[in-house]
Design a binder for this molecule. Structure first.
Ligand code: SAH
Length: 220
């Protein structure tokens, strides 16, 4: 099949995915528009091109995954972003979630512990002129103290608890969205809001993420 045919197929599949997201309760039009505008096929390996608009997580190498579109949409919606927000993401992975965030916020700081993944996502940010994304190779569990506080924090890998260092880097009225639980069992997606009285947590549903791991991956 030639490339134009594949591109046309992907375009209609992208439109179908947006309908699926709507049917599953995503109602924030700005979030849906961002998902419509960022071509997910660039963020998945070539071998999965035809599955770029399946509503499923896909392998991106090094045992990591690009998140399921519905989960990306849910988490993004839960962050209640606006163009004044300074956002921290832990787990750049493919860069897809960061690209979505960049369309909806002022600046995105994203940290990844796998250098090759980070380098690939950086070249995509450049390709799509997403100049408001700042990247860092390191252990995201410690957050990014030099840039704190953040209006929003999103963690895209699961830990047994939301790391306290991240909660500490949340601005007043800030929102953090993070999955918690064991990597081998269903996890709970939590949203925490910093209020005058402390953190206010709500559970958003079940999810499945790769584990949040300490330190950085040794280069091979
Ligand atoms: N947001 C990504 C999802 C990536 S999967 C996307 O849109 O594609 C989770 C990522 O978190 C993996 O790439 C993994 O390497 C990374 N990760 C796990 N623990 C981490 C840590 N402590 N610091 C930074 N990145 C981490």
């Amino acid at each position: 099949m030639d490339e134009t045919v594949i591109a046309m197929d992907l375009q209609s599949e992208r439109a179908r995915l947006i309908l699926t997201l709507r049917r599953n309760g995503i109602s924030d039009q700005a979030v849906l528009t961002a998902l419509e505008q960022i071509p997910r096929e660039y963020f998945v390996p070539d071998t999965f091109l035809r599955h770029a608009y399946d509503d499923s997580a896909l392998p991106i190498g090094r045992g990591q995954t690009i998140s399921q579109p519905l989960v990306v949409a849910m988490m993004t919606e839960a962050l209640a972003l606006n163009k004044r927000c300074k956002v921290l993401e832990i787990g750049t992975g493919s860069g897809y979630q960061a690209a979505i965030l960049s369309r909806l916020s002022r600046r995105v700081y994203t940290i990844e512990r796998h250098k090759p993944l980070l380098r690939e996502s950086e070249s995509l940010f450049k390709h799509f002129d997403l100049h408001n994304i700042v990247t860092r190779y390191g252990d995201g569990m410690a957050g990014w103290p030099e840039q704190a506080p953040f209006d929003r924090i999103i963690v895209t890998a699961a830990a047994m608890e939301v790391p306290q260092a991240l909660i500490d880097q949340l601005a007043p009225d800030g929102i953090i969205v993070a999955p918690v639980g064991d990597a081998h069992h269903p996890q709970r997606l939590l949203r925490g809001t910093r209020t005058d009285a402390g953190m206010d947590w709500v559970e958003l549903g079940g999810v499945r993420f790769v584990p949040l791991l300490p330190g950085v991956e040794a280069e091979s």
